[in-house]
Unconditional design. Structure first.
Length: 321
């Protein structure tokens, strides 16, 4: 069997991720940080294997669809450096869009939710794959083929950026230069993305570049006063591996069934998670606005109390003077 340079590169990078995961696991146990549990880690591996199986099943169809669209490319970049730079940037932006759809459209959230279902956060969380994503991911990357990028190069670029995305799944604090944190996704950014705190919901969608989030309004910094709680806003009671994959589909089916009108049924599928026809549940943006308003009110009350105290002190001083 003949291996290409791409195979060797990806194999080396993936091997590096595995070694780094084992190192993190060792230090977690050595320092009793409890970043890992056996059940959670095995669930992550199970979900990764499930996604790999579907990936392998879809690989041929994905490749030929990209190759077919490549025939209708609108232009071709001849300079190799510009070619790979544009490919990586465009692929990373399209991933940001794919990821954002996975958070704002409930049908896609039902598939993506598996990646967020762990209450732990470590390098194996990166393996906790969106199992069914290979079934639809290619349609988000078709523009790359029309831009003149070959199927093999698109798939290779995706694997490389995916490996970077795995590396930011860690709770270990790493001090990056300010310029790096402004441009690239860091572990701190991605910890926010996996948080269930209202402030942090649906934030920091980028894989490699955090610029997309800064530019399109989905950025949120990690704040020391709002300690991160990992997992979902409502954790499934059954955390068995099968239910982890299907629990949101079951909830979505129940919501669609109880919807009183056809349009409400459609809205349950395509509106953001948390939307309900009767307002009994809320989407993240509404909860975040309520949190912001409550914090502003508290801030204003503190300011008013401060002014009141100052005025009271001045009156006391005037009466004693």
């Amino acid at each position: 069997m003949k291996y290409t340079g791409s195979d060797i590169s990806v194999g080396t990078l993936f091997g590096f991720v595995i070694v780094l995961t084992l190192v993190e696991m060792y230090f977690s146990y050595a320092h009793d940080r409890k970043l890992y549990t056996k059940r959670d880690t095995w669930t992550n591996i199970y979900l990764m294997v499930s996604a790999i199986v579907i990936n392998l099943g879809m690989k041929t169809a994905t490749f030929f669809l990209l190759e077919y669209c490549y025939q209708f490319r609108l232009f071709q970049i001849s300079n190799i450096w510009i070619y790979w730079t544009v490919l990586i940037l465009a692929q990373d932006f399209l991933y940001w869009f794919l990821h954002t759809v996975g958070h704002y459209v409930r049908f896609f959230w039902a598939m993506h939710v598996t990646h967020h279902s762990s209450e732990h956060f470590n390098l194996t969380t990166g393996f906790r794959s969106t199992v069914f994503e290979p079934l639809y991911r290619v349609f988000f990357y078709l523009p790359l083929a029309f831009m003149g990028f070959t199927a093999m190069d698109i798939l290779f670029a995706y694997l490389v950026t995916q490996i970077y995305g795995n590396l930011v799944h860690t709770q270990y604090k790493i001090n990056f230069p300010k310029w790096y944190e402004y441009i690239f996704v860091t572990p701190s950014h991605h910890r926010v993305h996996h948080a269930s705190n209202v402030r942090y919901l649906d934030k920091n969608m980028g894989m490699v570049l955090i610029l997309w989030d800064r530019w399109f309004g989905t950025f949120q910094a990690e704040l020391p006063e709002d300690e991160i709680k990992y997992g979902l806003t409502t954790q499934p009671k059954d955390i068995g591996p099968v239910n982890i994959i299907f629990h949101e589909f079951i909830a979505l089916k129940a919501d669609v069934k109880k919807a009183p009108t056809f349009m409400d049924k459609v809205k349950y599928l395509f509106n953001p998670p948390g939307w309900s026809h009767d307002g009994s549940t809320k989407i993240a943006k509404i909860m975040q606005k309520e949190l912001h308003d409550a914090e502003e009110l508290e801030k204003q009350n503190k300011e008013n109390n401060k002014i009141k105290d100052i005025n009271e002190q001045q009156r006391t001083l005037s009466s004693t003077g």
